[in-house]
Design a protein around this ligand. Structure first.
Ligand code: GTP
Length: 342
C-alpha cells in the first residue's frame, strides 16, 4: 500500500503530460509486475487511425519518452485494440507472439480515447491487481483532464498561449536536431528539405463582425475558425489561440512547398465556409521557417511582419516572410542580437 501511495503522490505531482505519462507507466510496471508498459497515442491522419508510443518502460530499465513524431502503426494492425475502441469498451486483451498477455486500457474522456495504456505481462491478473490498475487508470484520466483544462483556451478548445512557449521550445530542439520522421529511409529521402514552420493567422476585419452582428456571433466565428484550423492541419501540428482573433500554428517537418499548400488550403477552407448569419469571413496569414538559432520572439516577430504585410496588401492571403525579404518587400535592419523589419 505504501508503494501505491508513493506512486499516486508522484502521478499527481506533475504539471505536464510527459512526466505524467512517465509516472503512470512506472506505477503500472511496479504495481502490476509487468514486463513492459507503454502509453500509446491514438490519432487520425486523413481518416485513418494510428497508434504511436509516447512513453515506454521495460523490465529492469528506466522509463523513457519516445520520439513524439511520426505516424506510428496503423490501428488496423492491432484488431483487438481497434475493436475495443470501436465498441467503446474499457479494456482488451490478447496473447502475443511471445505467449505473453497484452492488456490495453483506453483512457476514455467522454466518448473519445486519444490515449491508451498497454501492459504486457506473463500471467492473468487476479482481482486485487485488476483493482489497483483500475485505480491508477482513474487517477491518470482525471489528472490528464485537469492538465488539458489548464492548457486549453476555454472558448475554442485550442491550446492556449501559456502552452505555446513549451511547444515552440520542443520544435526549436527538433529543428536543431534535424527533421524528425518516423522512418530512417524517409529521413534520407527528404534530407535538407524539411523544416518546422510557424504561421500567425488573424481574422480579417473581425471588429466589423462584432460591431455588425454582436459578440455572440463573433465568438461563434472564432469557434468555427478554430474547427477549420484543427481540420486543415495534421495531428502532429499544433494550433494555438493566442488571444482575440489571432491564432498560431506550428507545423512539423515539412517542405516549404507543403507548408504553403497546407496554409493555402486552410485559407481557402475559411474563404469557402458560410458562417451562420455572418456569411463570408477571411483570414490573413504570415509564416516563417523555424530556425533553432533564433530567439522565439524573433521568429514570432518575422511571422507577424509577414502577417502585417498580408493585411496591408489586400488581406485574405498567406505571405512567406523570407520571400518578402528576398523580393525587397520587407527590409531587415539588425539591432543587437534581434532584428527589426519595416
Ligand atoms: N467576439 C469576440 N471578439 C473578440 C474577442 N477577442 C477580441 N475580440 C475583438 O476582435 C477585434 C479585433 O479587431 P482589430 O484588431 O481592430 O482588427 P480587425 O477588425 O480584425 O481588422 P484587421 O485585423 O486589420 O483585418 C476587436 O473588436 C476585439 O474586441 C473574443 O474573444 N470574442
Amino acid at each position: 500500500m505504501d508503494s501505491l501511495l508513493k506512486h499516486m503522490v508522484d502521478m499527481t505531482g506533475h504539471r505536464d503530460h510527459t512526466m505524467l505519462d512517465i509516472s503512470v507507466i512506472s506505477a503500472v510496471q511496479e504495481l502490476a509486475g509487468a514486463l513492459r508498459s507503454r502509453v500509446l497515442s491514438i490519432h487520425t491522419v486523413r481518416g485513418e487511425k494510428y497508434v504511436r508510443a509516447r512513453a515506454t518502460i521495460e523490465e529492469g530499465q528506466p522509463a523513457r519518452m519516445e520520439d513524439g513524431d511520426g505516424r506510428g502503426e496503423p490501428l488496423a494492425d492491432c484488431p483487438a485494440l481497434a475493436g475495443c475502441l470501436a465498441r467503446r469498451e474499457a479494456s482488451a486483451e490478447e496473447v502475443n507472439a511471445d505467449n505473453c498477455l497484452v492488456l490495453w486500457l483506453p483512457i476514455w474522456i467522454g466518448d473519445k480515447a486519444d490515449t491508451c495504456l498497454e501492459i504486457v505481462h506473463k500471467t492473468k491478473y487476479g482481482p486485487d491487481t485488476e483493482q489497483v490498475i483500475a485505480g491508477i487508470v482513474s487517477v491518470y484520466r482525471n489528472f490528464q483532464n485537469l492538465l488539458d483544462y489548464s492548457e486549453r483556451d476555454s472558448l475554442t478548445g485550442l491550446l492556449n498561449r501559456k502552452t505555446f512557449d513549451d511547444q515552440l521550445g520542443k520544435m526549436l530542439q527538433a529543428s536543431a536536431e534535424g527533421p524528425l520522421l518516423p522512418g530512417q529511409e524517409e529521413r534520407r529521402q527528404l534530407c535538407g528539405e524539411e523544416k518546422q514552420w510557424l504561421a500567425v493567422v488573424d481574422v480579417d476585419h473581425f471588429k466589423l463582425v462584432n460591431d455588425k452582428f454582436g459578440h455572440l456571433y463573433g465568438d461563434e466565428v472564432l469557434i468555427l475558425i478554430a474547427n477549420l484550423l484543427s481540420s486543415s492541419f495534421r495531428s502532429q501540428d499544433r494550433v494555438f489561440r493566442f488571444g482575440g482573433e489571432e491564432f498560431v500554428v506550428l507545423l512539423r517537418s515539412t517542405t516549404l512547398e507543403n507548408a504553403r499548400k497546407i496554409i493555402e488550403r486552410f485559407r481557402r477552407n475559411v474563404e469557402a465556409h458560410v458562417f451562420p448569419q455572418v456569411g463570408k469571413v477571411t483570414v490573413s496569414v504570415g509564416f516563417v521557417a523555424i530556425n533553432a538559432y533564433e530567439a522565439p520572439v524573433v521568429i514570432l516577430g518575422h511571422a507577424d511582419q509577414a502577417l502585417y504585410f498580408a493585411k496591408s496588401n489586400g488581406r485574405n492571403q498567406a505571405c512567406y516572410y523570407d520571400e518578402l525579404v528576398e523580393r525587397g518587400q520587407l527590409q531587415a535592419v539588425s539591432s543587437n542580437d534581434t532584428a527589426e523589419f519595416f
